[in-house]
Design a protein around this ligand. Structure first.
Ligand code: SF4
Length: 401
């Protein structure tokens, strides 16, 4: 069992961001909404734990304790160390946290955003995930980021001094104005700083309104007009072929530095793979709390909280507290099988014979084999080639019912 906790506050909003985020006065100052959010979050943790316990009617944790906890956002490092300690204590009391569990906290690198890293480590955080995105000043400006390149390096050093067992950075490629040289320089500098883990994502500019995700129970907030205009302009400057070259370049440099790819967008030194994110890709059950957060029972039911903070707080502040608005989806057997194959193919070890030989999966794999996207190992496992990693969506689209 894994637990994701969404903390929906940032100092400002980056124009490409689709996460559930409230910024400006909501995040800082006397009118900040962090306190009511935290009260609601604690109430939700209790209700979620109650719901997990109820079938067995046993007192205390009635299921395997958590192997991973992930505080994501947003910018969870805007919370105080005391807030983080209170959340983790509550989670430990109601869900149980296994000895040696991985506890990740996302932070922004800027000195006024990274928070009290030593305090977070003392509260039980073992892994820091830094939203670096780039070390090129012009790209950071274009992306609307508040930090400077050197902030990333000083945050990495500070995390080490704080005793974080694992330090990861998120980077973006296919950014408007990015060049192969600036991408190489970003990678070179984070590797030189000694990170344990790199997530490199292609900048994706979606339209959650058009996808119908922003209604009252949707898990996204509406896109602001300024962000919409920014995305249109940025999209015109993206290039799929250049993105593929940048991905291949990253794969080469990261591998050379001892970080092995283990998922399409993730590379790690041995032992530093994100155990939390692996739970998603292995289709394991995960619980979730906070606006817009998604949970999966490991069997076929997925649920999510609506993105809107007002509704979230109102439900959980009521007497008695109610679960927040949201949605639920029951996956049919075919969709479940397709998801298992897609998630499995995202990771290095791929899928086993029992998944690969299902008729709908086998047909798509035949197509992928014919186009050099997949390879078979002697033990019957099927995994993506480098070409397959670059063109994985073509294969995944054929796996969906
Ligand atoms: S800092 Fe991260 S979560 Fe916050 S707005 Fe920017 S991309 Fe989104």
């Amino acid at each position: 069992m894994a637990l994701y906790v969404h903390v929906p506050f940032c100092v400002s909003i980056c124009p490409y961001c689709d996460f559930v985020v409230y910024a400006g006065r909501s995040a800082r100052g006397s009118g900040a909404r962090i306190e009511p959010f935290l009260a609601a979050l604690h109430a939700e943790l209790d209700l979620r734990a109650d719901a997990l316990e109820s079938p067995t009617r046993q007192p205390g944790p009635a299921r395997p304790t958590l192997r991973t906890v992930y505080l994501g956002g947003g910018t969870p490092s805007l919370l105080t160390a005391r807030d983080v300690a209170a959340i983790l204590d509550h989670v430990a009391r109601r869900f149980g946290i296994a000895a040696g569990a991985e506890v990740t906290l996302e932070a922004n690198p800027g000195p006024d955003e990274r928070g009290d890293l030593a305090g977070f480590a003392a509260a039980g955080v073992t892994r820091l995930s830094l939203g670096a995105q780039s070390l090129a000043p012009s790209e950071l400006r274009r992306l609307g980021r508040r930090h400077a390149p050197d902030d990333v390096l000083s945050a990495i050093s500070e995390a080490r001094r704080a005793g974080m067992a694992s330090v990861s950075v998120d980077l973006l490629y296919d950014v408007p104005g990015q060049t192969p040289a600036s991408w190489r320089e970003t990678l070179r500098r984070v590797l030189e700083a000694g990170v344990d883990h790199v997530s490199a994502y292609a900048l994706t500019l979606d339209d959650p309104d058009a996808e119908g995700l922003t209604g009252p129970t949707g898990d996204h907030l509406p896109t602001r007009p300024g962000a919409r205009a920014w995305r249109e302009q940025a999209r015109a400057e993206q290039d799929e072929d250049r993105a593929a070259d940048l991905y291949a370049e990253a794969d080469g440099l990261l591998t050379e530095a001892g970080l092995r790819w283990y998922e399409l967008s993730n590379w790690a030194r041995p032992g530093h793979e994100s155990r939390h994110n692996l739970a998603y890709w292995h289709h394991d059950p995960y619980e979730a709390a906070g606006p817009g957060a998604h949970a999966f029972d490991g069997l076929g039911t997925r649920r999510w909280n609506a993105a809107r903070l007002d509704g979230y707080v109102a439900a959980l502040a009521a007497t008695p507290a109610r679960l927040p608005p949201g949605g639920v989806e029951h996956l049919d057997a075919r969709t479940l099988a397709a998801e298992e194959a897609i998630l499995g193919l995202r990771v290095r070890e791929g899928i086993g014979r029992h998944v690969a030989e299902r008729p709908a999966v086998a047909e798509a794999l035949r197509w992928g084999r014919g186009h050099g996207l997949i390879e078979d190992d002697p033990g019957g496992r099927v995994a993506l080639t480098l070409r397959g990693r670059l063109l994985s969506n073509e294969l995944f689209a054929r796996l969906l019912p």
